[in-house]
Write a protein that binds this ligand. Structure first.
Ligand SMILES: [Zn+2]
Length: 509
């Protein structure tokens, strides 16, 4: 396996200050679809997710729960792992920043940055948002009528004024190199809108940042200065290399990462801090940072305190985990924001999955049983076969560009075309006339082909259901997209099975 056959994909590691929610799930599902898609293309995929377990906010959550922080993060990590298992996330590794393998890598990265001369001791005085775990300039805060400041992302949290001696990183030296990076490698930040935001920040110049914290009892000790712990973002970002073994040379088997999948709210950390740390330490940069958007519910921010909730267990329960994977990526463009509701979820489940895709499968399999004794016939290609070829091309183009929602839309169009094809061909009429037998064969063969192609297109999104669909066509493993177009289907026995997307699953409310 050569390096170009590898595909290293990560998500942001999740902050261990509460249970997993839909926002976490969207990111994991999207990244999982990207990982499964690349596996389907024959890549040796390494997919890493994990937990960000240090920082003041985690310590405060543990204290609020009257637990010691390690017990707290152990509990939270289990909750996340259970959720990802339920949602079929196919990660190869789950890194936790409290692990020893991570600590030694962080300390080594700091030593290399120090050797470059990019660290110095200074005094920090300024505002700090615990929610962001970040220092804020006045410009980045909202000023209330009473003259107090708050973080626009975390209006409920108090902004703290902090003054302490910290280790500083010479980020100011990296504005120019980072601007050059964006010119030379525009794909470093995608989609484009996110790159433009980063460019604007860089053009305004960068201030040095504090990368240690004094007197916080929860974190990785600063190398050779035990009065400090490592700033949580420097700690957390380094997971992308420690997860693949840094500082052992074997980390180069996977590094640089092909893509870091993150939310658009943390691009500054991933597209400015992280590459600057790596440049300073003399390490290669990831190829792409992909920033997805936010999910709102009925036009409003999901928020417990505001009473806008759609908890992950309920969302999974509603139509099953694979339907949720489908719905979230169908509704929320992978390159922007999206809005969901329970009602729209029910509607898409019923029309697109139960009716369009599920019925197409049931009818096709039933007709092959009824008219051909359950064996897929050999037939001349029909217009639907060409439509399948065209769909695969459009799907590949969309998925390669990271536009998962467009890949799904392409697959849905083929589903619709196949349903129209059934009506036009009317196999039940052809079956009444012995002379039309070759036409009936052709229609059923084309429909079987379309179903196999659909199973392949939808497999990264709904792996279990689509494996089941392929097996009902007598195909044990979902083939690659190219194979799905050519694989010999004639002569295979089909299985009817129960509906793939039962309508009885519809829940009230
Ligand atoms: Zn904040």
């Amino acid at each position: 396996m050569t390096r170009t056959d590898r595909y290293y994909i990560t998500t942001a590691i999740d902050y261990a200050n509460g249970p997993p929610h839909l926002g976490h799930a969207v990111e994991k599902i999207g990244a999982d679809v990207m990982a499964r898609y690349q596996r389907r293309k024959g890549k040796d995929v390494h997919f890493v997710i994990g937990m960000d377990e240090h920082g003041q906010k985690v310590l405060q959550s543990a204290q609020a729960a009257a637990m010691n922080p390690q017990d707290w993060v152990d509990t939270i990590a289990q909750e996340f792992l259970q959720a990802w298992e339920l949602l079929g996330i196919s990660h190869d590794d789950f890194i936790r920043t409290t692990e020893a393998r991570h600590h030694r890598g962080v300390q080594e990265l700091i030593r290399r940055i120090a050797a470059r001369g990019d660290l110095y001791l200074g005094t920090y005085a300024g505002y700090y948002c615990v929610g962001c775990e970040g220092y804020k300039t006045k410009d980045e805060l909202s000023e209330g009528e009473d003259g107090t400041f708050s973080c626009p992302v975390h209006p409920d949290l108090d902004i703290q004024w902090m003054e302490e001696e910290n280790w500083f990183f010479r980020l100011s030296a990296y504005a120019e190199p980072l601007l050059r990076l964006l010119d030379e490698r525009p794909e470093f930040v995608l989609p484009d809108i996110r790159r433009n935001e980063i460019r604007n920040v860089l053009e305004g110049g960068l201030a040095d940042i504090s990368v240690s914290r004094a007197r916080l009892p929860w974190g990785i000790p600063w190398p050779e200065d035990a009065r400090h712990i490592v700033y949580v973002w420097l700690d957390a970002l380094t997971n992308y290399i420690t997860a693949v073994g840094f500082p052992d040379e074997s980390y180069l088997d996977y590094w640089p990462a092909d893509v870091h999948v993150i939310g658009k709210d943390i691009t500054r950390f991933h597209c400015i801090y992280w590459p600057a740390f790596l440049m300073s330490a003399g390490l290669e940069l990831p190829r792409t940072v992909w920033a997805h958007g936010f999910v709102t519910y009925g036009g409003r921010k999901l928020s417990k305190s505001a009473g806008v909730t759609f908890e992950l267990p309920e969302a999974i329960q509603r139509h099953g985990p694979e339907a949720l994977r489908y719905y979230l990526l169908r509704e929320v463009p992978w390159n922007g924001d999206g809005d969901i509701t329970r009602e729209k979820f029910d509607e898409r489940y019923t029309t697109e999955l139960a009716n369009d895709l599920g019925n197409l499968a049931s009818r096709t399999l039933a007709m092959i049983r009824k008219y051909r004794g359950g064996t897929i016939p050999l037939g001349e290609p029909r217009s639907l076969d060409q439509a399948a070829v065209d769909t695969v091309e459009r799907y590949l183009e969309a998925m390669d560009a990271g536009l998962l929602h467009q890949g799904i839309a392409a697959a849905l169009e083929l589903t619709s075309l196949a349903n129209v094809f059934v009506e036009e061909q009317a196999p039940w009429t052809l079956a009444k006339d012995e002379k039309k037998s070759p036409e009936l064969d052709a229609a059923l063969a084309s429909l079987a082909r379309a179903l196999l192609v659909l199973a392949t297109l939808f497999e990264p999104i709904m792996p279990e259901k689509m494996t089941e669909l392929a097996s009902r066509l007598g195909v044990k493993e979902v083939p690659t997209l190219r194979e799905a177009l050519d694989l010999e289907l004639a002569g295979r026995g089909v299985v009817q099975g129960s509906p793939l997307f039962p309508r009885a699953d519809l829940k009230a409310g």
